[in-house]
Design a protein around this ligand. Structure first.
Ligand SMILES: Cc1ncc(COP(=O)(O)O)c(C=O)c1O
Length: 415
């Protein structure tokens, strides 16, 4: 199998470092340490289509990062793009919102079990912060409980004291406890009587750089009961899982009901929109919060979201992604075993996390992932991966073939 090289990506990155901080900023940048060895990875794309992306050197990849989640139906989905283009002809960013906004809120209320209303913004972090402000407005309390390793965006309250730019005041009302630990939750609530405004959590635990964890039996029911007893707002951050596990909300998928639920990545197949949904009793509180943005009423992403949700419901997108994810993860585990390695798969099959456990340092895993990337299977080594509905069994077969060859490289090079 031919292995890829990236001279054009590398040259463009050189140019970028002169005019863009870090060349590519955030966790997507090669200087961030997520892409090791850096020489195995492309940096810039020329185009993307369905399950694939094509870099500027002309290499084709099956993209298992799916833009970190938004690519749920396949890049450039013709029906979603047609709905967006039709709306673009009518209006997008305008003085008053378009009618699509009401239609989308109605569709979310009809589709998501815990939604009685919807409020739209752009990024996931916009709505996790709005959820926290709403919980504080509703309860008149200050403190928020979150779970260690859970990611809710980049707003100061989500970060750690000591991170550049973060003040102690930004985080002093935030308590962090381990996921799946009902006792720690009870202790935190008891230690702060009448002071906890909200608990925010992802539906299952999908931290970066660590094994993922599904909710243990009784965990969510215990959290729900405690929040109800104590008048604490239960916020589910469904930014990453939303519409991949269930179109009805990941709280419904795990058999409980959130008070507030945050959506973003799977909502509009890459068009730029997020939504906070919630129960009727929080409608007054969310309306009282001063919160808006220049592009938050734009109609094109709303038209795209309407079509994306309609298609996901029609085809039962979550079932398709689960089936493909199960086939792939089983195939990868078997490939590892066949070649004498141990691959640990955690999380949900449609957004699985994996790690070679033969070497706890992670270096072997990085090497295996990089050998897959060089052969056209874009995995990453620090984060969960994603399935989308455009992927096929043929893609899965090819991926397993590549994975086996990458294991052979590890063996040849003495692990
Ligand atoms: C669970 C979760 N919450 C919040 C966010 C923040 O979303 P955004 O980067 O769109 O602000 C992310 C992004 O990865 C996420 O995965």
């Amino acid at each position: 199998m031919k292995t890829y090289v990236y001279p054009k990506s590398q040259a463009l990155f050189e140019r970028a470092t002169k005019v863009i901080p870090g060349g590519i900023y955030g966790h997507l940048g090669p200087s961030n340490g997520c892409f090791i060895p850096v020489s195995a990875y492309p940096f810039y794309l020329s185009r993307a289509e369905g399950a694939y992306m094509f870099d500027i050197d002309g290499n084709k990849f099956i993209d298992y990062m799916c833009a970190y989640g938004p690519n749920i139906l396949g890049y450039n989905h013709p029906e979603v793009d047609a709905a967006a283009a039709a709306q673009q002809k009518l209006s997008d960013v305008t003085t008053l919102p378009g009618s699509k906004m009401v239609e989308l809120a109605e569709l979310l209320v009809d589709t998501v079990d815990s939604a009685d209303w919807a409020f739209f913004a752009k990024n996931g972090g916009d709505v996790t912060s709005l959820a926290v402000m709403t919980a504080r407005a509703a309860t008149g309390r200050k403190k928020i409980i979150k779970f260690k390793g859970g990611y809710h965006g980049v707003a100061p309250w989500t970060q750690a004291y000591g991170n550049p730019g973060i003040l102690q005041e930004d985080v002093m009302e935030v308590i962090t406890i381990p996921f799946n630990d009902l006792e720690a939750l009870s202790l935190a609530v008891d230690a702060n009587p009448g002071q906890i405004a909200g608990v925010i959590a992802t539906p299952y635990h999908h931290p970066a750089l660590a094994d993922n964890a599904l909710p243990e039996e009784g965990f969510w029911q215990g959290v729900r009961d405690l929040c109800t007893e104590e008048g604490i707002v239960l916020i589910i951050d469904d930014v990453r899982c939303g519409f991949r596990l269930s179109v009805n909300g990941s709280d419904a998928y795990y058999g409980f009901e959130a008070d507030l639920i945050c959506f973003c990545k799977g909502l509009a197949n890459g068009y730029n929109i997020s939504a906070l949904c919630g129960k009727e009793e929080f409608k007054g509180a969310v309306s009282s919060v001063f919160y808006t943005g220049s592009y938050w009423l734009s109609a094109v992403p709303m038209a795209a979201a309407l079509k994306t949700i309609e298609l996901l419901k029609e085809m039962d997108g979550p079932a398709i992604m689960r089936r493909l994810g199960l086939r792939l993860t089983k195939g990868l585990e078997e490939a590892a075993q066949k070649k004498g390695f141990n691959l640990r798969v955690t999380g949900e099959p449609s957004m699985w996390n994996m790690r070679l456990t033969d070497d706890e340092s992670g270096i072997l895993h990085q090497k295996w992932v990089s050998e897959c990337v060089r052969r056209g299977v874009f995995f990453c080594n620090h984060h969960n991966l994603f399935i989308n509905t455009a992927m096929t069994d043929k893609d899965i077969d090819f991926t397993i073939e590549v994975a086996e060859e990458a294991f052979d490289v590890l063996k040849r090079e003495g692990r």
